[in-house]
Design a protein around this ligand. Structure first.
Ligand code: S3P
Length: 171
C-alpha cells in the first residue's frame, strides 16, 4: 500500500480524520506537527518564537521525508505545501488527499486555539488571504474532499471510496 498524505489548512480536521482513516484501514498514522514537537522537545509556538518559522519549516520537511513509508498515513501541517520540494516529494512517494475547509469554518473551529502561531491574527481577511495564497498548492493533490459541513465518518467514507478505486493504493 502507498503512503497517504493528508494536506489542508489549519482547522480542516486533518489529525482527527487521519486517526479515523487509520483505524478503518488498519494503517499507522503519523502527524508531522507532533513529530516536530517530539524531535525539538518543545511546542510549535516555542519553536516559532525561539527558532523562527524558517527553522520550523526545515524540521517539518525533514520529518516528512523520514515518515513516508509504505502503508502509512501522514497528517501534515497546514504549511507543508509552501515548499515546492515537499509537494513534489509527496506526489512522488504517495497519494495526496487535500482536506478543504471554508476559511470561516476554520476560524470558527479554532476560535479558542492558542497553539497555532500563524493564527494569532484571527481577522477574517488575514485568514482568507493565507488560505488564498495556499490554495493553488493544495489543489495539486490527487483528491480533494470538502470537510466544511461534513462529519468525520462522511469524510472518511469519501476518502475510502476514492482510495479503493485508485490503482496506486493497492501497489
Ligand atoms: C501551520 C499549521 C499547523 C502547524 C504550524 C503552522 C501552517 O498545523 O504546522 O502552526 O503554516 O498552516 P495544522 O495545520 O495541523 O494546524
Amino acid at each position: 500500500m502507498e503512503t497517504i498524505f493528508l494536506t489542508g489548512f489549519m482547522g480542516a480536521g486533518k489529525s482527527t480524520i487521519a486517526r479515523e482513516l487509520g483505524r478503518r484501514l488498519s494503517m499507522t498514522v503519523f502527524d508531522t506537527d507532533e513529530l516536530v514537537e517530539q524531535f525539538c522537545q518543545k511546542s510549535i509556538p516555542a519553536i516559532f518564537a525561539e527558532e523562527g518559522e524558517a527553522a520550523f519549516r526545515r524540521h517539518e520537511s525533514s520529518i516528512l521525508r523520514s515518515v513516508a513509508k509504505a502503508g502509512v498515513i501522514v497528517s501534515t501541517g497546514g504549511g507543508i505545501v509552501l515548499d515546492e520540494t515537499n509537494r513534489r516529494f509527496m506526489r512522488e512517494h504517495g497519494i495526496v488527499i487535500y482536506l478543504h475547509v471554508d476559511p470561516n469554518m476554520a476560524i470558527r473551529r479554532l476560535k479558542n486555539d492558542r497553539s497555532r502561531p500563524l493564527l494569532k491574527n484571527r481577522e477574517t481577511a488575514h485568514v482568507f488571504r493565507l488560505m488564498a495564497s495556499r490554495l493553488p498548492f493544495y489543489l495539486e493533490a490527487d483528491y480533494i474532499v470538502d470537510t466544511t459541513m461534513k462529519s468525520v465518518d462522511t469524510v472518511v467514507d469519501e476518502m475510502i471510496g476514492f482510495l479503493v478505486r485508485h490503482e496506486r493504493f493497492w501497489a
